[in-house]
Design a protein around this ligand. Structure first.
Ligand code: ADE
Ligand code: ZN
Length: 326
């Protein structure tokens, strides 16, 4: 249909993509073999069958386990390069990818090994695929702020190679206020700031992300729609929300794609974007996410174009570079 053709040809930026969440079962197996890591599955098919989640924590347990096969600089390169080739096929022109250094350093993989491999692929992607990039380091919110501060110290010599910080992992019980000091330090270093908020957590967490962490974007933000004052504030401030429809479905944040907040957010004048989150685990890359909401919510061509434009407008690109894409 015409809608699918539009989605396929529209230039897009992807703003909410965990690179470790792009580890496809086939690569999981290949790297397990290459590195001599035992995994409790016999085939890629068996792995996919295990990806049935009831909530965020169910998924995170499997996601951190999957990361265990990533050990060398080349592993991080291969992971990132595979994602970039897939993104290019969806006409993604700019990526702002998350990585979770604490998921690797706690296993004995050096911070620089992770950064070097991801960055080398991003540079190759820029040169060979024409995809520009920013790299965002996330703090795992189930760990302490002191651990986040140590991770920020490890990153500090690499400011310039790392462009921003984010906050991810288990949301409920780990409010943004727990990370106020480390986000202040990150901002002092000149880093951009974003945070997952309102995926499973209450609207109060979105308020905290804005007030205390002073974020430039809200990752997910679904539950902001429960709070009319918060909606008005997000609209006023032109705050970008990075919504992930297939992730929301697979993590039972919504019970059907038709319940995705994308259309309601558009109608409210919010700067909503569509993203894949962890495509290897949730069954689709960015165009799959666009098609899913466009069909289920019967989005118009103009609305689909707005979603793509919002992705560049909400990026950390300089204004002149945003303008080139919109
Ligand atoms: N880590 C990877 N994907 C995530 C998500 N959707 N929410 C929180 N932490 C994550
Ligand atoms: Zn996420």
């Amino acid at each position: 249909p015409a809608r699918d053709a539009l989605i396929a040809r529209l230039p897009k930026a992807e703003l909410h993509l965990h690179i470790e969440g792009s580890l496809e079962p086939e690569m999981l197996f290949a790297l397990a073999e290459r590195n001599g890591v035992a995994i409790p599955f016999a085939s890629a098919q068996e792995v996919r069958a295990a990806y049935a989640f009831s909530n965020l924590q169910d998924f995170l347990d499997i996601y951190y386990q999957g990361m265990g096969v990533l050990q060398t600089e080349q592993d991080f390169y291969d992971l990132t390069w595979a994602y970039l080739e897939r993104a290019a096929a969806d006409n993604v022109r700019h990526v702002e990818i998350f990585f979770d250094p604490q998921g690797h350093t706690e296993r004995g993989v050096a911070f620089e090994t992770v950064l070097d491999g991801i960055e080398r692929a991003l540079k190759d992607g820029e040169a060979q695929l024409g995809i520009s990039y920013r790299l965002i380091m996330c703090f795992l919110r189930h760990l302490s702020e002191d651990e986040a501060l140590s991770t920020l110290s490890e990153a500090a010599p690499h400011v310039g190679r790392i462009h921003g910080v984010g906050l991810d992992s288990s949301e409920v019980g780990h409010p943004p206020r727990k990370f106020e000091r480390v986000f202040a330090k990150a901002r002092e270093l000149g880093l951009h700031v974003t945070a997952h908020a309102g995926e499973e957590g209450p609207p109060a967490y979105v308020h905290e992300a804005l007030d205390l962490l002073k974020v430039e974007r809200i990752d997910h933000g679904n539950r902001a729609l429960e709070d009319p004052a918060l909606i008005a504030r997000l609209a006023d401030e032109g705050m970008t929300l990075t919504v992930c429809p297939l992730s929301n479905l697979r993590l039972c944040v919504i019970d059907a794609i038709g319940a995705s907040p994308v259309k309601r957010m558009l109608d409210l004048g919010l700067k909503v974007t569509v993203n894949a989150d962890d495509p290897a685990y949730f069954g689709g890359y960015v165009n799959d996410n666009f098609r899913a909401v466009a069909d289920a919510l019967d989005l118009t061509h103009a609305e689909i174009v707005t979603l793509a434009e919002n992705s560049f407008a909400g990026s950390f690109l300089a204004p002149a570079d945003k303008a080139r894409h919109i």
